[in-house]
Design a protein around this ligand. Sequence first.
Ligand code: ATP
Length: 740
Amino acid sequence: MADELVEREVAAEQAFVDRVYRQLGEAGKAAQQLAKEGHSRGRMGHEGGLVERDAMVFQAAKRIAQLDAAQEGLVFGRLDLDATVDAEPRYVGRIGLRDDNRDSLLIDWRAPAAAVFYQATAAEPHSVIRRRVLRSAGQRVVGVEDELLDAEALSAAEEQGRDLPIVGEGALMAQLSRARDRSMHSIVATIQAEQDKAIRAPSKGVVSISGGPGTGKTVVALHRAAYLLYTDRQRYERGGVLVVGPSGVFMRYIERVLPSLGETAVALRSLGEVVDDVRATRHDEPAVADVKGSERMAEVMRRTARQQVPGSPREYRVFWRDDRLVLDRGRLGQIRRQLMSQGLRNKQLPRVSNALLDAMWRQVRGERGREQGREKFNDEMLSRQDFLDFAHGWWPPLDAPTVLCWLRDPEFVSRVADGVLSPEEQRLVAKSWSHLDPERPIGPQISIEDVPLLDELRYALGDVPQKADDERDDPLAVIEGAVNVQELITASDREFATGPAWRAPVSSIEDDGYAHVLIDEAQDLTPMQWRMVGRRGRTASWTIVGDPAQSSWPAPAEAAAARAAALERKQLHEFHLSTNYRNSAEIYAHAAAYAERVGLGADLPDAVRRTGEEPKEVVLPAGGDLESATREAVLELAGRVSGTVGIVVPVARRSEVNAWLASWPELADDAPGARASVDSSVTPSGEDRVVVLTGLDTKGLEFDGIVVVRPQEIEDESATGRATLYVVLTRATQLLTTIS
Ligand SMILES: Nc1ncnc2c1ncn2[C@@H]1O[C@H](COP(=O)(O)OP(=O)(O)OP(=O)(O)O)[C@@H](O)[C@H]1O
């Protein structure tokens, strides 16, 4: 009987969903047809607006269908309201759609009319009697999950002849118990009221979302990005939305959420990719990372950008008429200081030749020379190749990667870091930079921690001035007025042309700004990383999510100050999430007890889902076989969960455990990436069901099963090892085993 009822309800919803897809097909056809006509008529009038909108809806729906064929469908929600408000059901979907009369057929989940879908509760039903979530596979409805919000109103509705049966066991629990794969999914059907508030917060200033592990901070922030695009598409599409997360693995984990909401105009970048054209995936070891992340590095980089180019010519001598003109070290030093005092190094390029010529002209004493005049002097000097070579070598256009390579020299490092870093710190960072390759300065040696330093250098050097188009190839610019700025730009261009191959960086610092900046795992940003992202959000609104107890940065006060500086005096709106949707209650109780025991002062959310499975602790006797114990634990978990399994290990054991995994025949199909990466120090990024990760790699991710190998070693590995272990203990949705 119950089954029949469910079948009937599913069939009824299917009829509606079919109608939506039919309408979508029509909208798509109409959009294409109108676009064609509009095009041929050469105008886009009022219909143009409609075409554009329909085409957008159509494209978004296609993307959603492609991505989520096996997942949640386009229509996911239905509200039945009190008849005094609306006797017709309202349907909520990932995009909005109108019927032929342009009446609403499907409400976009972000529209104000859909807010009640998320905000209604039994305590405050907002006239909602029944909330229904449709579960779909592609275009097929496979189930419905109802929630009764107002029993009295339901009786009244039934008396009036409306049939509103309640079926299913609630959408949230069904959603939370699903097996995890290697990517995050949208939660659009089951956003909870406190999450909805953060998603729909006004777009001004800074929205800060805090909460313990698994409370949905990441997924809420991503839905917020989609919400902002919906509310002010022009502004955010034109200005850009930047989403920054901790690692490449994490970005791949979250990358499908926004497209599955129909949004693709968002830049997703890991902390190693924030600067255009740079892609760092390697971390420095913790002691080095701590130095490179410190605000003190800003001063070191500022000094670096002002140093004389290593190996550059130190003097210039020439006979002109009756005089011997000399630019010696002392004089060049003066000119350098004077140029630097006028602004950023690269910005001075157009002034360099003139500054040098000035200093030389002052030395012209002979009658014959003075009579010729300054103009003639300039002309002659600027056509001397040795002078152009000197000027170019002494003050070349510089890009940040080239300058970073200057730090390969430990003596150079001690010079620029003197009084800022301790000798031991200088030694540590210099050693890490000794691997930089000047031929390929942003190659694989560059670390994630180097990226903010590169950015700092970009800003300290400034962009190389670009010529206006009409100045290009203008022969008069050389001949006319040798001292005016135009001519000098041309002279310095001639210098660029004679120097070693130098290509302007693809992007300029002026293009760095975004309309919205969203930072995930914000507790881990170093002061230098805050400076880097701060530059991209000077005029932006921000969303910042994080949990201080999960922080792996050892100097929180310094990071807080850098964060405040990045956000300047923007207004702060704070939201707090209090329910852990990831971990089973049993697993989270274990992790929370650990956090309390080691004094992390953690914000402890409630975990609501019980599985009856306690975490398992395996303690090996001294000299016990770690590989066998690990293998047994991993096989057990991989056999019992249908989704992903993570093996979390201390950094020093990563390669070893990865090699074990690669050699276990039972898991060959589940971990092909382990084999492929046996000899590399990089975490496999594929779609493997079973992977080996370090503690830091697990940030933001989740797995159905987690095996933690030697937790004590993870804890001892760095100054913030306890926070890292807490993160690790909160990654599993179903089963957790620790091997000590
Ligand atoms: N309303 C919801 N409905 C269904 N699933 C949800 C909901 N909110 C969160 N989740 C799920 O809970 C899990 C944790 O979410 P998320 O990773 O965003 O949490 P987090 O707060 O960023 O976690 P952490 O700080 O531990 O990295 C995800 O699987 C997410 O899909």
